[in-house]
Design a protein around this ligand. Structure first.
Ligand code: FES
Ligand code: MG
Length: 570
């Protein structure tokens, strides 16, 4: 039990500072006992009309608040910049690190003893976690939960995943504009984030698998009243974590990160997981690399049959037992079942009674959807520092493939020429200039649509390679996160139309079959692109951003500075 809290540095002062801190807060109606030394709990809010996936977090915060009061804490809700995946341009990833700074500095600058992070849409989870990790207060995550299942003309409609299908169907004329418009409303029929196992749900499961949220938090629909109850209990629990001085770093250990890799494979989680996991590891000061992601994810069975790797949606996942059921099913396939969690119990203890209620949705280890579902990390002369592919969302026939390169330099070039390029079903489509620094911001364009000519011929997948990312809701044989990226002179910049590219996922290799002398000649000719911006955030970002294999964090943000009480200013 701790008897001295950070917030005492503000509220126990008997001079003008303490007067000021208390007096101005009293304008919100806090009684005397609010300042008796009780834990002050931040509720880090990402609700915004511009982030539809998180808009309902305003209401959820009220439930956290109730729980904080009930346990004798003082809740303080505060906003940070929100990151809405669907509206923000050019890509939310450009701002993940910015928001992490917002979170970090707000936590440290204020009289907070612990924090509940309210997350939802993709980047809000890693941004908030990264910022919190650099401060290392007791921390608990409450995510907003997925939307209810979409339904369109009798069939399930998955956020994102079906959009990619519809886009192709529109281009070939198989779907009318009217049907497309009708589908819009059917896809998003309640509050919440994407209802597929896209990045938002992946992140929610990530947090739960690391023991940073209460069991069951990952899958409950946004509108399920049990989520509100969990938020309430979370509010109470964070007060206890402060009293017990259980900091984020005591839960988010290397063991937790290792567990998360295995869980991500078993649920068919997003390829974005790799980038965010590595960035968080960097903030925590835990050595963790792409090779760890590959090694730990190998031979992990795919247990969860959710889009985009499978058929169902998050609501089905919840009713089938959710993540606790998967954790129990994994059992000793988890590297560290006895890792601690925010409940005070271990992961194994928390899930000892979890049951699977629908074997269509959550399969057994003995009867998985596929036997090897982890993200695969490729290396070779085309990706010396690594590249990532999600085999669970790829076409098995293309996992070993050689083909001639068709190269696009940037998104505009891609859009201008995709339907007119010379190509065939074996072509390997290469997109450069979409890495962390190049675009900038590493957009989700790696799963770009195929040439109409191939779609018309019935080709539904082809190997695509880029230094960008892809949406967690997307699918295809898509090699992503090539490092180093083309904009810093990575070998991807040297590929020319017609070069032979060899992909061998089982052997974890990505090779450009061009003689080294020729590559050296091309390298000597290469000139770096101009800096993407001369001022503002983007200038800071491009000057300091790291590559995908270390999580795309800014160099000066790696690590943490703890939670010292800053000096007062009066
Ligand atoms: Fe927000 Fe998918 S767009 S979670
Ligand atoms: Mg996304």
């Amino acid at each position: 039990m701790v008897d001295s809290l950070r917030s005492h540095g503000w509220f126990r002062d008997e001079g003008v500072l303490g007067f000021t801190h208390r007096s101005w807060l009293r304008n919100q109606g806090h009684p005397d006992h609010a300042f008796d030394g009780r834990p002050v709990i931040g509720i880090c809010q990402t609700a915004s009309d511009l982030t539809p996936c998180n808009a309902h977090l305003r209401g959820l915060a009220e439930h956290v608040r109730r729980g904080v009061y009930e346990a004798g804490g003082l809740p303080m809700e505060f906003p940070v910049t929100s990151l809405g995946e669907v509206l923000m341009r050019p890509t939310t990833m450009l701002f993940r690190n910015l928001v992490s700074m917002d979170v970090e500095e707000t936590l440290r600058a204020n009289p907070l003893d612990g924090v509940v992070l309210l997350t939802g849409c993709d980047k809000t989870t890693p941004a908030l976690l990264m910022g919190a990790a650099s401060v290392d207060l007791p921390t608990l995550v409450v995510n907003g939960g997925p939307m209810l299942n979409g339904r369109f003309r009798g069939r399930q409609l998955g956020s994102g995943t079906d959009v990619w299908r519809f886009a192709d169907a529109r281009r070939t004329g198989a779907m009318s504009a009217a049907d497309m418009s009708a589908a819009e409303a059917c896809m998003s029929r309640s509050a919440g984030h994407c209802n597929t196992m896209g990045t938002a749900s992946t992140m929610a499961c990530w947090v739960e698998s690391m023991g940073l949220s209460l069991p069951g938090m990952g899958a409950l629909p946004a509108v399920d009243s049990r989520r509100a109850a969990l938020a309430h209990v979370s509010g109470s629990r964070i007060v206890e974590l402060v009293r017990e001085d259980v900091r984020l770093s005591a839960i988010a250990t290397r063991q937790a990160l290792e567990n998360a890799v295995v869980v991500n494979a078993a649920i068919g989680g997003s390829s974005n997981f790799a980038v965010h996991l590595l960035a968080l590891a960097g903030r925590l000061g835990v050595p963790f690399g792409l090779d760890d992601v590959d090694r730990l994810g190998r031979d992990v069975p795919l247990l969860v049959d959710l889009m985009p790797a499978g058929r169902h949606l998050m609501e089905d996942f919840c009713y089938a037992g959710g993540l606790p059921a998967v954790l129990r099913e994994l059992g000793d396939r988890l590297p560290h079942p006895h890792a601690p969690t925010v409940t005070g119990g271990t992961l194994a203890e928390n899930t000892a009674d979890a049951e699977v209620f629908d074997r269509e949705v959550i399969r057994s280890v003995a009867d998985p959807l596929r036997s090897d579902a982890g993200l695969a990390v490729l290396r070779g002369n085309l990706a010396p520092d690594g590249a990532v592919i999600k085999p669970a969302a790829a076409s098995p026939r293309l996992l070993r493939h050689a083909g001639r390169a068709v190269v696009f330099h940037g998104v505009e070039d891609l859009h201008a020429r995709i339907d007119t390029v010379d190509c065939d079903a074996d072509s390997v489509f290469v997109l450069t200039g979409v890495g962390p620094r190049g675009f900038p911001g590493m957009p989700e364009v790696g799963n770009f649509g195929l040439p109409k000519r191939l779609l018309d011929a019935g080709v539904d997948d082809a190997v695509r390679i880029s230094d960008g990312r892809m949406s967690g809701t997307a699918f295809g044989t898509v090699v992503l996160h090539v490092a180093p990226e083309s904009a810093v002179g990575g070998p991807l910049a040297l590929v020319r139309d017609g070069d032979l590219v060899e992909l061998d996922v089982p052997a974890r290799s990505l090779h450009l079959a061009v003689p080294e002398e020729e590559l050296a000649r091309r390298r000597a000719e290469w000139t770096p692109p101009p800096r993407a911006a001369e001022r503002g955030w983007v200038r800071l970002y491009v000057d300091h951003v790291g590559q995908a294999d270390t999580g795309v964090d800014l160099d000066f943000l790696v690590g943490g500075s703890g939670a010292p009480v800053p000096p007062g200013n009066h």
